[in-house]
Ligand binder design. Structure first.
Ligand SMILES: [Zn+2]
Length: 185
């Protein structure tokens, strides 16, 4: 696999593979006789980026990503942007990052301030934090995390998935190892 990289621009932080960089004509070097192409960030066009180590994927990281996948396959398809699914990963220091499906930014999930590059609101941020705690500490999630109802279920779920999709995503999530089983609750 090609080298993993991250755009150096603070407001961009696009994360991807070297092979995904866009090829543009470098006008500084272009002449009549030959053309030089630069490889640039596909999001912001910047030509400076860092090498990123390969993500560390443990069994619990896989369990968390399985939940993201289930959520992305139902209702409003949270965490899915045109077929790109958000992913969680660990670094060598045991810290958890989420690569956002829309901004392609790699977001540090232990940060208390605002998450630059995370395209969702507080509800899904809290869910990501719960998945982070599962990855780090093995603390399983209650099924109540998944498309939770408002006080009155007739008002629908907080995610706005709708009754059918909320029931389906909840049933699918309940089968996953990251979710606490009813007996263990
Ligand atoms: Zn960029």
């Amino acid at each position: 696999m090609k080298q993993r990289i991250e755009c150096s621009r603070r407001y961009c932080r696009w994360t991807g593979r070297e092979s995904e960089l866009s090829k543009v004509l470098d006008h500084k070097h272009a002449s009549r006789s030959f053309k030089v192409y630069n490889r640039v960030c596909p999001k912001c066009g910047c030509d400076s980026y860092y090498d990123l180590p390969e993500p560390i994927i443990t069994e619990r990281v896989e369990h968390a990503n399985a939940l993201i996948k289930v959520i992305s396959e139902h209702g409003r398809k949270f965490f899915d942007y045109k077929g790109t699914i958000a992913t969680l990963e660990l670094d060598k220091n045991g810290k958890v990052w989420v690569v956002d499906e829309y901004t392609k930014a790699r977001v540090y999930t232990h940060y208390q301030g605002s998450w630059r590059g995370f395209n969702h609101g507080g509800t899904l941020r809290e869910l990501v934090c719960a998945m982070r705690d599962y990855i780090v500490k093995g603390k399983q999630l209650s099924i109540e995390w998944i498309a939770p109802n408002r006080w009155n279920p007739e008002n629908g779920d907080i995610w706005g998935y709708g009754i059918e999709a909320a029931a389906a995503v909840s049933a699918a999530a309940a089968q996953l190892p990251i979710i606490k089983s009813k007996e263990a609750a």
